[in-house]
Design a protein around this ligand. Structure first.
Ligand code: CA
Length: 501
C-alpha cells in the first residue's frame, strides 16, 4: 500500500513537473482570418512543427467560420483587445495605416537586432524593402512574397485542331476561324453540332477577350477592375476599345462560339465540358488546366489540351490580362502593446530560415515531403491525392498569407510539362500586362472604393450580361451606359484613386 502511494506520489511529482514545464512554454496570440473563410488553427501540422522548431506556441484568438475577414479585423482593431500578432490577406495598407496610428509596432529595429534571416532577405531584395516601407521608411509588416509571374493563359484542344487539319491560331482572325470550325465541323465526331468552342469557369473572365480588340477589362487579381497604364489608373470598361471588344464578344456569343451557359455554368466547367468531349478551349490557370490532360485521357485517349500564345490582337499585340503580384498585400505585423514583441519577431524570422521557409511551402518533412538531392519533393500521396496540392497545403497550414517567401518549386512539382512549357513561353515573351502593386494596395486603402464600387460593379456586370446575351445594342446604349457610370460616381472614384496614388 505504501509502495503504491509512493509511486502515486512520484507520478504526481512528474505530472506537476510537466505542467510546470508547459506553463513556462512561450506563448503568443494571433488574430488571423483570411480569404473570408480560413482561421488560424494551432492544430495545423505546420503550426505544430513551427512550435517544435521555435518553442513558441502560437494561439489563435478570433472566431472561425465563413465571414468577411475584413469585418473581423476591423472589429478586433476597435475592440482594444489585441493579440500579439495580426495576420491575413489584403491588410498591407491597414498595417501601415494603424502602424502610423501607433497600434502596430515599427519592425525596423527589431529586424536589425533580432531577425537575422529577415534582415538578410531585405538586404538582398531592396525593392521589396522599399515597397513595404512607408514614406518615412518604417516597416509595419512582413509580406507574403509569391513566386512566378504567369497566372492564366489561352488553352485549346490540340486533338481537335489536328482532326480538322487546322494550325494553332496566331491572330484574332485565325482564332475566330478555328472557333467557327470547332462549332461547325463536328470535331468530336458524333454527328451533332454540340461543341462549345470557348468557355469560362467565371463569366467575368469572358470580358478579358476585349484585349483581342485592344481593350482592357481589368488589371488586378479580379476580373472587371481598374488597370494602371504606368502613369495613372484607368477604367478599361469606359474606353472605346472596350466597346469594340464587347460588341465582338456579343457577336461570337450569338454565333455559338462562346458557351451559351457561360453565365451559369460555374466552377466545374472545365471538368464537365472536357470529359463530355464538347469543350474546345478556355482561358484559365496553367497548373490546374494542364493537370486535366492525364485525368481526361483515362477515358478519352485522344484528348489533348495545350496552352497557346494569346492570339495577336487587332493592333498586332499579344496580351494576357492576368499576372501575379510579387509582393502580395498579405502578411503579418506585431501589435505595439504586445509584451512579446521580441518573441514575435523571432517567430517571424523563423519562416525566413531554410527550415521555416520549407515548412511554410511544403509542410512537414517526411510527412508531406522528403528531401531528395537537396530539393524538397512532395510525397506521392500528396501529388496524387484526392484534392489539388494547393488546397491540401491550405488545409495543413502551409501556403497561407503569413510573412514568407513562396518557393516556385512548390507549384512546379504538380504542374505538367505541357503547362510548364506554356508558362515558360508567356514568361519569356512577357505576354502578361504590367501590374503595379499600388493598385491592390490603393483599392484597399481608399474608403470611397468600398462605398462606390459594389453598386457600380453590379451595374456594369448587368450591362455586360445584357449586351452579351443580345438583349441590348452596345452601340445604341454606350452613351447612356457612360452617363450612368458617371451618375454612380465612377469618374469620381477614378479621380480619387489617382489622387491617392
Ligand atoms: Ca459534335
Amino acid at each position: 500500500m505504501k509502495e503504491i502511494k509512493g509511486i502515486t506520489f512520484l507520478l504526481l511529482i512528474l505530472f506537476l513537473g510537466c505542467t510546470k514545464k508547459e506553463k513556462d512554454e512561450k506563448e503568443l496570440t494571433i488574430h488571423m482570418h483570411f480569404r473570408n473563410k480560413f482561421t488560424y488553427d494551432e492544430n495545423w501540422p505546420v503550426a505544430k512543427e513551427a512550435k517544435r522548431f521555435t518553442g513558441i506556441n502560437l494561439k489563435g484568438m478570433n472566431k472561425s467560420g465563413e465571414t468577411k475577414s475584413r469585418d473581423l479585423f476591423e472589429v478586433m482593431m476597435s475592440s482594444n483587445k489585441y493579440p500579439d500578432i495580426v495576420a491575413g490577406d489584403n491588410l498591407a495598407n491597414s498595417f501601415i495605416k494603424y502602424g502610423e496610428q501607433g497600434i502596430f509596432t515599427p519592425l525596423n529595429s527589431l529586424i536589425e537586432e533580432s531577425a537575422p534571416n529577415i534582415k538578410k532577405f531585405l538586404e538582398e531584395n531592396p525593392e521589396i524593402k522599399k515597397a513595404i516601407s512607408n514614406e518615412k521608411g518604417d516597416i509595419y509588416y512582413i509580406p507574403y512574397i509569391t513566386s512566378g509571374e504567369t497566372a492564366a493563359g489561352y488553352w485549346i484542344r490540340k486533338d481537335w485542331l489536328d482532326k480538322l487539319s487546322l494550325k494553332i491560331p496566331e491572330t484574332v482572325e485565325e482564332y475566330y476561324k478555328v472557333l467557327k470550325a470547332f462549332k461547325t465541323q463536328d470535331p468530336n465526331g458524333n454527328g451533332k453540332q454540340d461543341e462549345i468552342p470557348l468557355f469560362f469557369r467565371k463569366w467575368q473572365d469572358l470580358l478579358s477577350l476585349v484585349t483581342l480588340w485592344n481593350g482592357r477589362s481589368s488589371g488586378t487579381r479580379g476580373s472587371l477592375s481598374f488597370y494602371y497604364d504606368g502613369k495613372k489608373f484607368r477604367a478599361g470598361w469606359m474606353e472605346p476599345e472596350f466597346k469594340e471588344g464587347i460588341k465582338n464578344i456579343a457577336k461570337w456569343y450569338k454565333e455559338g462560339l462562346i458557351d451559351p451557359e457561360v453565365f451559369t455554368r460555374g466552377e466545374k466547367a472545365r471538368e464537365i465540358l472536357f470529359s463530355e468531349n464538347r469543350g474546345g478551349g478556355t482561358r484559365d490557370w496553367f497548373a490546374s488546366t494542364g493537370a486535366l490532360n492525364s485525368i481526361i485521357q483515362e477515358k478519352n485517349n485522344d484528348f489533348l489540351i495545350i496552352p497557346i500564345a494569346p492570339p495577336k490582337n487587332i493592333v498586332g499585340k499579344r496580351v494576357e490580362e492576368t499576372r501575379r503580384i510579387k509582393i502580395r498585400p498579405d502578411g503579418w505585423g506585431i501589435i505595439s502593446y504586445s509584451k512579446n514583441k521580441l518573441l514575435a519577431i523571432k517567430y517571424f524570422d523563423f519562416f525566413f530560415s531554410e527550415e521555416g521557409r520549407r515548412l511554410a511551402n511544403f509542410g512537414v518533412e517526411n510527412i508531406h515531403y522528403e528531401m531528395r538531392d537537396g530539393i524538397p519533393k512532395f510525397k506521392e500521396t500528396i501529388l496524387n491525392g484526392d484534392k489539388p496540392v494547393n488546397t491540401f497545403m491550405w488545409d495543413i497550414g502551409a501556403q497561407i498569407p503569413i510573412g514568407f517567401e513562396q518557393d516556385y518549386e512548390y507549384e512546379k512539382q504538380w504542374t505538367s510539362d505541357i503547362a510548364l512549357k506554356g508558362i515558360e513561353e508567356y514568361q519569356q515573351n512577357r505576354y502578361f500586362v504590367d501590374l503595379d502593386p499600388k493598385i491592390e494596395k490603393n483599392l484597399e486603402y481608399v474608403e470611397a472604393y468600398d462605398e462606390i464600387w459594389p453598386t457600380l460593379n453590379y451595374y456594369i456586370s448587368e450591362m455586360m450580361i445584357r449586351w452579351v446575351l443580345g438583349e441590348g445594342d452596345v452601340e445604341e446604349e454606350w452613351e447612356i451606359y457612360l452617363k450612368n457610370i458617371d451618375n454612380l460616381r465612377g469618374n469620381e472614384l477614378i479621380n480619387i484613386l489617382n489622387s491617392e496614388n
